[in-house]
Design a protein around this ligand. Structure first.
Ligand code: 13P
Length: 345
């Protein structure tokens, strides 16, 4: 384990005004995204899409500190034969890798999930380090029970998922790879923001106890949490200020100051909503850690729509990606304003 490298990588991932591009959709998930633009889910189309993002010079060199890749992509070459990893490195960004193998139904717990992928992980991490990865991601999925079912998430679900996250994190650190620990409390449902707070607190407190029990060095980790937010179908969704306030309060109660940084997932928020929430936290609070983005959908939705799988749309798609990356980079500094969204029009 190289602690200096771990800490250096973690700090670079949350450098001021920069955040992470989550481009680690599994083949099935990217297929769903491509279906929205009527594009076939082929290896070449996946390469073209990601190559286009990684060649977006301004976004990649100024706003994107690191890119989370999927196993296929970390081994894939651009159309001209350059490894995609090299495109990322040449832009001054850090390649990372998703190492979990997905969330599966948790045995004996209706409606709950457990993330798999620990078997053989030590060997896979050594391989990924050789391929250039300096950080990794593992996502736990925590559902909130609906219709007044406060038995979900269960203690069993939280314990097993946080235990697995800590086991993954120790293996990453042994391989000098920074673990992004991601306990995602899912936004789907009609639950209140207060219920989201409760569940997020439950997950984070358990996570940090497990990380401590298993000897994870916090200075070499990054937290990727959900924001504390109302369920998507809740009739009275909390506004931007309330989301920012409750998220900051929850994190301050749960996350040690030794953690080098926090990079949020977008989780189904619209792109502008995800930017506005991040900005409000950075603009209005004194915080012990940098708060930034590690967005998938909220960074990729506009360029995907602009691209539509057509070579003639590459410039427009790159402009859309540049714009979203810039907006989120400014939000990470608390310097974004809604007016700026018109710049691209
Ligand atoms: P979203 O921002 O689309 O939630 O994706 C981030 C991510 O990496 C989830 O694991």
């Amino acid at each position: 384990m190289d602690l200096d490298l771990l800490n250096e990588t973690a700090c670079a991932m949350v450098a001021p005004g920069k955040g992470i591009l989550a481009a680690d959709e599994s083949t099935g998930t990217i297929g769903k995204r491509f279906a929205s633009i009527n594009l076939d889910n082929t290896p070449d189309n996946r390469r073209d899409w990601r190559e286009m993002l990684f060649r977006t010079t301004e976004a990649m060199s100024e706003r994107i500190s690191g890119v989370i890749l999927y196993d296929e992509t970390i081994r894939q070459k651009a159309a001209d034969g350059t490894p995609l990893v090299k495109l990322i490195q040449d832009a001054g960004s850090i390649p990372g890798i998703k190492v979990d193998t997905g969330a599966k139904p948790l045995a004996g717990a209706d409606g709950e999930m457990i993330t798999e992928g620990l078997d053989g992980l030590r060997d896979r991490l050594a391989d990924y380090f050789e391929l250039g990865a300096r950080f990794a991601k593992w996502r736990a999925v925590i559902n909130i029970g609906q219709g007044g079912d406060d038995g979900v998430p269960s203690q069993y679900c939280i314990n097993t998922n946080m235990h697995a996250l800590a086991r993954y994190a120790t293996l990453c650190q042994e391989a000098s790879i920074v673990p992004i620990v991601e306990p995602e409390v899912i936004m789907d449902g009609d639950h209140s923001i207060e219920r989201c707070y409760e569940v997020t607190e439950f997950a984070l407190k358990t996570l940090y106890r497990e990380l401590f029990d298993q000897g994870v060095v916090l200075e070499g980790t990054i937290l990727k949490p959900n924001m504390v937010i109302s369920g998507t179908t809740n009739g009275e969704r909390a506004g931007v200020e309330e989301v920012a306030d409750m998220t900051v309060q929850c994190l301050a109660n749960c996350v040690p100051a030794a953690v080098p940084g926090i990079a949020f997932l977008s989780g189904g928020q619209s792109d502008e909503e995800a930017t506005a929430h991040l900005n409000a936290m950075n603009a209005n609070y004194e915080l012990p850690w940098p708060l930034t983005f590690s967005y998938g959908r909220a960074l990729q939705a506009p360029p995907l729509k602009a691209w539509a799988g057509k070579a003639e749309n590459v410039a427009a798609a790159q402009a859309a990606f540049d714009h979203r990356a810039k907006m989120n980079g400014l939000a990470a500094l608390g310097e974004w304003e809604a007016e700026m969204e018109k710049e691209l029009a």
